[in-house]
Ligand binder design. Structure first.
Ligand code: HEM
Length: 229
């Protein structure tokens, strides 16, 4: 069971996609209700995480394995950010892109909200292991998170906003570096399964890069060339 749950990030993508397909409109219309509920859960988890790290909790968080993996070990935030990434990589006007783009902002904001308890719970572990990859991803994402809220977004010029949000690519690179280092250097206790996870993370990021190049970078370059000619 524990081994299966270490793949929770990949598994969680499936119910999330189903949720977006069937309840995406509901999420979009009621985004602040979802943010409110997510923030309450994340805040409670953050407090529990800090208490556990301080040795002040009467039970172990790992005794609630699904919640532990999804919220405290970062798998839910990973699944949400994968969908945010792919929303930007699918071909324009494709059904996948239309479905994901409808709730891209909401997924990114929820992803960041659920990143907080993961980061709060593991920051000491990460920094004492001299692994700042997750922290750097977090710091890059912080201004992106704040400026994702429509009221704040409106205060920025659209070009300024777009330029700022190009930093998301740097955050994706650090997320990959985070998952790579966690699985190759840390987590030696999980045996060879960490190599399987590392392989799946690599396939996901390579596939994302391929789609992004094929559907966006290449057509933009071709357009630029024909305009110059
Ligand atoms: C968007 C940013 C982040 C994402 C998507 C993310 C996601 C994840 C995932 C999915 C894992 C489990 C990897 C696996 O078992 O295959 C993990 C592990 C870990 N993360 Fe993050 N993380 C992020 C940011 C952070 C931050 C900000 C910190 C600390 C400040 C952090 C600290 C850790 C540590 C220490 C582990 C290893 C846990 C262990 O071995 O018990 N992460 N992260």
């Amino acid at each position: 069971m524990e081994h299966i749950l270490s793949f929770a990030g990949f598994i969680a993508i499936i119910p999330l996609v189903l949720f977006i397909v069937y309840l995406g409109k509901h999420l979009h219309k009621n985004e602040y209700v979802y943010y409110g509920i997510a923030s309450i859960i994340a805040l409670a988890a953050l407090v529990l995480g800090i208490l556990e790290q301080a040795g002040a909790l009467a039970f172990e968080l790992a005794s609630i394995p699904v919640v532990y993996q999804l919220v405290f070990q970062g798998h839910l935030t990973f699944a949400l950010f994968v969908l945010v990434m792919f929303a930007g990589a699918f071909k324009n006007k494709s059904p996948q892109k239309i479905t994901l783009m409808r709730v891209r902002r909401e997924m990114a904001i929820l992803g960041f909200i659920f990143l907080v308890p993961h980061a709060g719970f593991l920051i000491v572990t990460a920094l004492t292991a001299w692994n700042p990859t997750g922290t750097i991803a977090f710091l890059i994402m912080l201004p992106l998170f704040v400026t994702s809220f429509p009221k704040i977004r409106k205060k920025l010029h659209p070009l300024q906003w777009r330029k700022l949000h190009k930093w998301a690519y740097a955050a994706y690179a650090f997320i990959y570096a985070h998952l790579l280092t966690i699985n190759l250097i840390a987590q030696q206790d999980t045996g060879n399964l960490r190599f399987v996870r590392f392989g799946i993370y690599t396939v996901i990021f390579l596939f994302y890069s391929y789609l992004k190049f094929q559907n966006h970078i290449l057509p933009a370059r071709t357009k630029e060339k024909t305009q110059k000619a």
